[in-house]
Design a protein around this ligand. Sequence first.
Ligand SMILES: Cc1cc2nc3c(=O)[nH]c(=O)nc-3n(C[C@H](O)[C@H](O)[C@H](O)COP(=O)(O)OP(=O)(O)OC[C@H]3O[C@@H](n4cnc5c(N)ncnc54)[C@H](O)[C@@H]3O)c2cc1C
Length: 472
Amino acid sequence: MVDPGRDPAHEHPPLVVVGAGPVGSLLALLLARRGHRVALYERQHDLRRGFRENGRSINIALSERGLHALRGLGLTASILQGAMPMRGRMVHPESGPRFPLLYGRSAADVTFSLRRTYLNLSLLAAAEATGRVSLHFQHTLQRYDFASELAVFRDEATGDEVHVEAPIIFGADGSASALRASIVEVTGGDVRHERLATAYKELTIPAVDGAHVFERDSLHIWPRQSFLLIAMPNSDGSFTATLCVDLESRPGHPSFEDLSGEAALTAFFERHFPDVVPHVPDLAARLLQVPTGRLANTRVSPWCHERALLIGDSAHALVPFLGQGLNAGFEDCTALDRILDSEAGGPHPNWREIFRTFSRRRKPDTDALAEMSVENHREMRERVTDPRFVLEKDVEARLSARYPGEYVSRYQLITFTRVPYRVAQHAGRIQEAILSEVCAGVACPDDVDYGRARALVKERLRPMLAEYGLLQ
Ligand SMILES: Cc1cc2nc3c(=O)[nH]c(=O)nc-3n(C[C@H](O)[C@H](O)[C@H](O)COP(=O)(O)OP(=O)(O)OC[C@H]3O[C@@H](n4cnc5c(N)ncnc54)[C@H](O)[C@@H]3O)c2cc1C
């Protein structure tokens, strides 16, 4: 039995973080900057020695909550070097020309498309550079024993079992978390996977002579009711596209089950995404080679027990349709950091209490985000071509532009501010009611009574936004 994290020169074992994904790496960095020693354990080998993208979630839309976490560490400029700013959605309808739907209130409201691996590597390097983080690759957590406070890992290189002293342990080990299984087992807690019928495959749309084949400052979507294609720009001129289709057959809807051969896939793309086909050689063959991923919201209770805490996807994996999973995981880290700021325990914080406070404050927000992410899935694949929805979005954009200090849409609250997610959800419900009222019986945005709309905004929305300092 070897404990690679234990340093005999120190009285206390280091804090243990399981999972060196983006959230685990950021957490290790934040804890190290507070003066803690951290042992970071990761199942895979060291990404820095070369990595293979396995066709899974390789692009991230980084927005305000994620950016805020990086800003605090002075890492924004270096990380955004390889990122592509996106100003809005470019909708590719089934027929007719593509059209833009802008995201924000101003040109400054952009999200950034970047490769998750690149972000991960930058954070890992910054964590190691603190000199307080030891990295242990190819160590897979098997279980955590609360009685002995030992974390049991398998060393993937040797097959040995490794017992690590871990009186304080963080599970940043993603959506199939092993620490979560140990917490749930000992507490009799609950893990619910709310699986969508939709699954996904990723595809690269290559550059042509180094240039992007579609507008490079947009997130492109091809909404097709029960299925959807999304593409995000990369700095090398390519796009990373994600095809979201039902996994299993049901009458009248395409599914990956039906699209299991090259001929069927080619015909499907030629019919529904004809503007993509000329740009991707061997499209069907490529798609058949990449894995099919499932999409689910995972709700977990509790997030902590004793001095063990779940953070990031291990606590709240989300369907990706609001582009917030990683942003929310980074916000978890800043929320925990803030609680540590207010903690009087100095080098020996009361972790049990801190973990409880964190879970109590944060879980209602990620629960709200999970609900909104599923709603946005519906919006992206079905509603963006519904004339009623387009009218309401148009009126919403005009309200945002006319009264920028008074009207901030739900999407803007989620993406470009840091108001708690549950507040964004509440504001969204108020906005839906206002838009539906002022658009009733109206055929085009010019016919809307903006005076009445403004009065409703002032009465119902303003007090809430004022509370969060969002009004100019
Ligand atoms: C298709 C898709 C698109 C997405 N797009 C966006 C987006 O645009 N914006 C956004 O904010 N989010 C997006 N997300 C979500 C985002 O990818 C996740 O929220 C984010 O990666 C979570 O980070 P994490 O570090 O918590 O978990 P992970 O990234 O899953 O990292 C967990 C780490 O733990 C390691 N690990 C797992 N088990 C063990 C174990 N037992 N022992 C040791 N190590 C272990 C893993 O190898 C991994 O390195 C998307 C997700 C998908 C699927």
